[in-house]
Design a protein around this ligand. Structure first.
Ligand SMILES: *Cc1c(COP(=O)(O)O)cnc(C)c1O
Length: 382
């Protein structure tokens, strides 16, 4: 029986935006086409889970922004890391990861990859070389720059060269640098990015992308992602496409505000150190300048008295900076973490917390007034 409502729009209707194509079922013109549907996995359409014109449009935009060739979207930033790693590792392999990776990436390596027979080792967050740790069985090296909360930058290009010489693939969590970096030019093989942050930009969905510059690697990743049953909805893909249309403008404003906040914090007596590699005086600024075009609205701070007890009244009393995870939207956020609890080869004192601000797009005078009051609370708490 033929469909009486073809899904395509009439030729006189030419909307400027990509349509939201909702689908599980995709129709085939013949028995042969149906039985051969597997050949449509990489470029055609065979089943909603494996891609729709909306998700494919998003993937091609992401590939361009990352400077790659092909991209696969997955349900979260964490899924981008976990699927990317699983696609290139097998039991018996060895994986090296920067000590400063996102907490849930670390948990995945330690609790899931190890269970599947993969050996995991960490290297210092500010590493310039990992040559001494590479082995014949090293399958993947996972970088994250700047480090989660602590903002160290690894020397990506020489590390990638060493890894390639040892036969390992280089993955980077490029969530921070999305839209302001070209990691493939520095030898990275796979950019795993949380689109939940600046790409979507409005704190209303979770999604991730795995981008590569090599067709063979793309096929391997796409086949893996399809075989474990991960896919994204076209509605969410549409929302990310909408976010991308303002990405450059938003990023520039977040970056400007991140520097304003950093400068202001550096003048406060209660601040020990501002961690923002976009700042010219930051110890990681030279690497920042090499690997990134611009910073953003994320700023970490070490206060002089970084205990949970001292910091709690400041955080609890903020009105514009609200407490929450998943930065990158127009909302200002504050969060805190104790790096020592999630590091194996870096020197962070136990009980010292890093406070991380995300500068949103609310009126600047209100944000600065909120920060001013917060600092007063911190001063009077001691
Ligand atoms: C948020 C984030 C993730 C995880 O993304 P989700 O979409 O929340 O799973 C991974 N890495 C970094 C650096 C992040 O900031």
């Amino acid at each position: 029986m033929q469909s009486s409502h073809p899904a395509g729009a009439p030729p006189s209707f030419d909307a400027i935006n990509v349509p939201v194509h909702r689908a599980s079922t995709i129709l085939f013109p013949s028995t042969d086409a149906f039985l051969n549907r597997r050949e449509r996995l990489f470029d055609g359409y065979s089943y909603g889970l494996y891609g729709t014109p909306t998700t494919r449009a998003l993937e091609s935009e992401i590939a361009k922004i990352e400077g790659g060739v092909r991209s696969v979207v997955v349900p979260s930033g964490l899924a981008a890391i976990t699927h990317g790693l699983m696609a290139v590792c097998k039991s018996g392999d060895h994986v090296l990861a920067a000590d400063c990776i996102y907490g849930s990436s670390r948990t995945f390596l330690l609790q899931v990859m190890r269970t599947f027979g993969v050996t995991v080792e960490f290297f210092p967050a500010d590493a310039g070389s990992i040559a001494a740790l590479l082995r014949p069985g090293t399958a993947a090296v996972l970088l994250e720059s700047p480090g989660y909360y602590t903002m160290e930058i690894q020397d990506i290009a020489p590390i990638a060269e060493e890894a390639h010489r040892a036969g390992a693939r280089v993955l980077i969590d490029n969530t921070w640098g999305f839209g302001a970096s070209r990691m493939f030019e520095h030898g990275v093989d796979m950019c795993c990015t949380a689109l939940s942050k600046y790409a979507s930009g409005h704190a209303d969905l979770c999604m991730g992308s795995i981008t590569v510059a090599d067709e063979g690697l793309f096929r391997r990743i796409k086949a893996f992602v399809a075989s474990v049953g991960s896919g994204v909805s076209s509605d969410d893909a549409y929302m990310v496409l909408r976010g991308l249309s303002t990405l450059d403008t938003r990023l520039a404003e977040h970056a400007r505000r991140g520097l304003v906040l950093s400068d202001w914090l550096q003048q406060q007596g209660c601040v020990d150190r501002v961690l923002n590699p976009a700042l010219p005086g930051d110890p990681h600024h030279a690497r920042f300048a090499r690997y990134f075009d611009a910073g953003n609205g994320l700023v970490s701070v070490l206060f002089r008295k970084p205990t949970r007890e001292a910091l709690t009244p400041m955080l609890d009393g903020f009105r514009r900076f609200r407490i929450g995870a998943s930065w990158g939207s127009s909302h200002s956020l504050v969060s805190l973490a104790e790096p020592a609890a999630a590091r194996s080869c870096s020197h962070w004192a136990a009980g010292d917390y890093v406070v991380r601000f995300h500068m949103g797009l609310e009126p600047m005078d209100q944000l600065l007034a909120d920060l001013h009051d917060g600092v007063q609370r911190l001063e009077s708490a001691r």
